[in-house]
Design a protein around this ligand. Structure first.
Ligand code: GLU
Length: 419
């Protein structure tokens, strides 16, 4: 479909086609599953602080809801477009199915650089966007969450805007909220904790010890910063981290808690301005000699142009779609063990599921219960995927996609085609 055409969407479709071919997916399902169920484009007029009105473009795409309400984050980034949102929505469908969550996939976004807005402008943009996508969202319909450029505060404004329309508090309309309005303990760090859980399983599978392991993390937002911190707590040495301005490198290991404190107090602006270790570029970071490389920034970072330079043993994909299909082939040929995005970063949506369950039941869990249940679900998904990859002789990425797609296909076949 023309209006969806974009490089990220083409990557998601190419992955799907490869998996569909391998699993001999029913041809009657194929076209539908490469397309979103419903896509909404909205105009978001915002009164700026200087009194002028600026109009931003927003999206909400539901890829599939055959297995339950659709689920997926909202991204605020200048490059957001319909094709990218549709690709991310499709990945959410496979991710939720792979983890066994009763959800379909969705994604939303607004084409905006949030760091250039004042807090007031950000709030007005968020509330108007929420009002525009109101017909689609709801605890039983579609449940947004944070993604690149959004956080718990943005979720709180969406929850409030939705609740104002309904006339009562509806905490289950979004996840990743502040604790005070029905957020869950452990949600903020959940994606990073899940990345670490599956990385440790992969290390054990490969007969490696976490002590002495070195880790490089691209991206120091929610996913990257928690992954780096928890990897260090687990005993690994985090030798490099980066944000969009560049990175820091110390072969003896960076002190992540100290770095985080300094980064936060500098307003999360620029990692490069912090005096710690040597400076590296994002491109150099991807080529560092390390045990584990965690791309935790944007999509298509590892491509046919730089994949041969990647020198890690394990690639744990914290971001969505960080590796192209051409790069996959090069990495596999070079013996890199890939933990694919829809498995590696599923800790976020797994704990989002816990948050939603707690909200709809009005019954809240202890943090240790959340960590234990996350660990149980994500490590089971890891071993199931590994088993599938081994017995079917396919890559970890294909195994994860094929398992996810199969669950969705079964739901479609069981429900039948309406009308
Ligand atoms: N944005 C996150 C993701 O890509 C979380 C989605 C959610 O919790 O619904 O998986």
């Amino acid at each position: 479909m023309n209006e969806l055409d974009n490089h990220t969407f083409r990557l998601a479709v190419a992955q799907f086609d490869q998996a569909a071919e391998q699993m001999k997916l029913d041809p009657n399902l194929r076209e539908r599953l490469t397309l979103p169920e419903r896509s909404l484009i909205v105009s978001v007029p915002v009164r700026m602080d200087d009194g002028t009105v600026k109009v931003f473009t927003g999206y909400r795409v539901k890829h599939d809801s055959s297995r339950g309400p659709s689920k997926g984050g909202i991204r605020y980034h200048p490059d957001v477009n319909l094709g990218e949102v549709a690709a991310l929505a499709m990945w959410m469908t496979w991710k939720c199915a792979l983890a066994g969550l009763p959800y379909g996939g969705a994604k939303g976004g607004v084409q905006v650089a949030p760091e250039q807005l004042s807090r007031g402008e950000l709030q007005r943009l968020t509330r108007r966007y929420a009002a525009e996508i109101f017909p689609l969202i709801g605890p039983d319909k579609d449940v947004p969450a944070p993604d690149v450029g959004t956080d718990a505060q943005v979720m709180a404004w969406i929850m409030d805007t939705y609740s104002q329309q309904m006339g009562f508090a509806v905490p289950g309309v979004v996840t990743g909220k502040p604790l005070s309005i029905g957020g869950s303990l452990g949600r903020e760090e959940a994606t990073g904790r899940g990345v670490v859980d599956v990385t440790l399983e992969a290390m054990q599978h490969l007969g490696m010890d976490v002590r002495g392991a070195t880790v490089a993390v691209q991206g120091f937002g929610n996913v990257g910063s928690h992954t780096a911190r928890i990897m260090q707590e687990a005993g690994a040495k985090v030798i490099a981290v980066s944000d969009k301005t560049g990175g820091l490198y110390n072969p003896k290991g960076l002190d992540i808690p100290d770095l985080l404190t300094r980064y936060r107090s500098a307003g999360r602006q620029s990692l490069c301005d912090i005096k710690m270790g040597e400076a590296v570029t994002n491109e150099e970071l991807l080529g560092l000699d390390c045990t584990v490389l965690v791309p935790a920034a944007l999509s298509e970072q590892i491509t046919q142009h730089n994949a041969a330079k990647v020198r890690c043993r394990i690639l744990a994909e914290g971001a969505n779609g960080p590796t192209t299909l051409e790069a996959d082939r090069i990495l596999i040929a070079n013996g890199v063990f890939i933990i694919p995005d829809i498995l590696a970063n599923s800790g976020g949506v797994i704990v989002s599921y816990f948050e939603w369950v707690q909200d709809v039941q009005r019954f809240f869990w202890k943090e240790q219960d959340i960590r234990d249940r996350l660990h149980e679900i994500i490590t089971e998904a890891f071993h199931r995927t590994l088993q599938f990859a081994t017995t079917r002789q396919v890559s970890m990425r294909m195994a994860a996609l094929m398992s996810g797609i199969d669950k969705v296909a079964q739901a479609h076949l069981a429900r039948g085609l309406y009308p």
